[in-house]
Design a binder for this molecule. Structure first.
Ligand code: MTE
Length: 310
């Protein structure tokens, strides 16, 4: 997304062969675990729900494997190398964790993560995630609608947008020592987008608490927008009157706008957005308007020029 030298980008063929290698390793591990279950053996089968799943999205597309969801990530606070995020973030401290919710609200508060989990029933949402870079996944998130938290803090009538902030801690997050970006990572939504039922705060994947690489312990998920809107490891949620400026808007305003709705008809200045590569499958598929959630969300943008408001 930033101006990355082409040498930094893993060529697809290399990525694929690495994954094939990983998969064959997993198959081997799976066989070893099965052998351990044989009579008299100790059950040491992996407890992760990895490997295979029968979860599908509403189009019948199978969920991406746990290994890919947790092994191929964008989290620039750690590194721009998608396959190293998991390792570099493995010691990230996510407990205790508090989220400050305030700004133009009647009931500001500091929410402990456990309280968030306890007070809002967790539900599974199987969503497509389309990265602005042209790849996608199907992810079974566990979380709750952001609207429920917003209702608790009672937004005032002058609140028009919601601003989100990721933890700032360069000690733990080496990428934040790079001054190319203005840290912390910031994102924003219009209030009606934040209130939309599809918009969730996620705390888990595949029924397990989020791992650091996926934005533990709590991250936003807005499935009809490019993945960069789905900000990770949130510490602050603020109701504001003015449109927030996101980290990406600051870094490259002609490339990343505030709305960032998935739109196959509006290309990125440096590449087409017409198709995408679904991680774990071969070939490319057509990218859908609003990532396939057009029926649910197009009324939010009635009368708006989506080229102008990219
Ligand atoms: N949030 C923070 N704080 N930092 C990031 O670098 N990357 C974004 C988004 N949220 C990012 C972030 C991008 S570009 C994408 S595509 C998604 O996270 C990737 O989420 P995933 O790694 O869980 O698939």
């Amino acid at each position: 997304m930033k101006k990355i030298a082409s040498s930094e980008i893993t060529p697809e063929s290399v990525y694929r062969s690495r994954r094939r290698f990983l998969r064959s390793g997993l198959t081997f591990l799976g066989a070893a675990a099965l052998a351990a279950c044989a009579p008299g053996g100790v059950d040491e089968s992996p407890k992760s729900p990895d490997l295979r799943s029968d979860k599908v999205d509403e189009f019948g597309d199978p969920a991406t494997s746990f290994a890919d969801i947790t092994g191929f990530n964008n989290f620039y606070e750690f590194t721009t190398d998608k396959e190293r995020v998991a390792r570099l973030s493995q010691n990230f401290i996510t407990s205790p964790w508090q989220v400050q919710v305030g700004g133009l609200v009647n009931q500001p508060g500091l929410w402990d993560l456990d309280a968030l989990r306890r007070q809002f029933d967790q539900e599974e949402r199987i969503y497509r995630l389309r990265c602005v870079e042209g790849w996608s996944m199907v992810i079974p998130w566990d979380g709750f609608p952001l609207r429920k938290l917003l209702d608790r803090v009672e937004p005032r009538s002058d609140a028009k947008y919601v601003r989100f902030e990721t933890l700032y801690d360069p000690q733990q997050m080496p990428g934040q020592r790079d001054s190319y970006f203005s840290w912390p990572y910031v994102e924003g939504l219009r209030l009606d987008e934040a209130y939309h039922d599809l918009t969730i705060l996620a705390t888990g994947v595949y029924g397990q608490p989020l791992l650091p690489q996926n934005g533990a312990p709590v991250r936003l998920v807005v499935p009809w927008k490019y993945g960069f809107k789905s900000i990770k490891s949130i510490v602050k949620i603020e109701l504001v009157a003015e449109m927030p400026t996101s980290l990406w808007m600051k870094a490259a305003p002609n490339e990343y706008g505030f709305y960032a709705n998935v739109n196959p008809e509006v290309n990125h200045p440096r590449w087409s957005q017409a198709t995408e590569r679904r991680i774990g499958t071969s070939g490319r598929r057509a990218t859908l308007m609003f990532n396939g959630y057009d029926r649910q969300v197009s009324p939010l943008y009635a009368g708006m020029d989506l080229r102008e408001n990219y």
